[in-house]
Ligand binder design. Sequence first.
Ligand code: NAI
Length: 265
Amino acid sequence: MGTYAISGSASGIGAATRATLETAGHSVIGIDLRDAEVIGDLSTDEGRAGAVSETLERCGGTLDGLVTAAGLGPPLRGNIIARVNYFGSLALLEGLRPALAAAEAAQVVQVGSNSSTTSPNLPPELIEAFLAGDEEKAVGIVESVPEPFDGAIGYGSAKLAISRWCRRAAVTDDWVGQGITLNVIAPGPVQTPLFQQGKDDADFGPLMENFPIPTGEPATPQLIADWIVFMLSPAARFACGSVIFVDGGADAMIRSDAWPDTFTM
Ligand code: NAI
């Protein structure tokens, strides 16, 4: 049985993943603002450093897997979304990498979103600032977007950047070279408190109401947790740098021909 760290373990997708792993007999170290083994605020340097060091201490230096599920969404402001969803996740990925490398074959699932490909007009300079690790520049760009759109731009851009980071990092010596596979799950609408907060908002509610879900209804957190647990299992070991859309068909509907694509030599 393995030991897994899960950020955002107190609610929604993270909580369902935690329960599913524990039912299967695994140990989970939850990281969250509340109701977790490790209490830490992933929006700050101090909170991130504390969460990393306490998780390393609790796992005894070895982790079989990590799920980065902590996140915020619109209608919250884009600056806090950028800090938590991108830089908070990245701090855990980088800080916990030595413990993942110490396991025989660790697997990481980053929780992305289909907002990464279905949100229009995400600024390329913002994606670049994320990938350059320049937190204050990224936050500055998000803050220059007029409210309430800063939340949607910050959210979609952070999810696009963290997915692209995965594809770049997964195949390097630091990750697959250490026996660690990195993959992203990109859910569509999932019935959680984060989703409900958006639906209840006067600006975002109507947009979310009209967002396509070709299969019908939003997913349950359990459905996404089952995918994540599969992505942590030996059967998923050949996936490396994959971004798996589990979104009821929205990405396929909105971006049918965007990918897969060929390239010119
Ligand atoms: P949720 O609101 O149920 O859970 C998010 C968890 O993250 C909460 O327990 C919260 O306390 C924690 N968190 C927030 N800020 C934090 C901080 N500063 N430090 C530490 N922990 C913090 O939301 P949900 O929907 O389960 O979200 C999980 C992930 O799934 C997020 O990354 C979200 O972007 C992603 N996602 C959600 C979708 C949805 O429709 N619900 C769709 C696609 C992706």
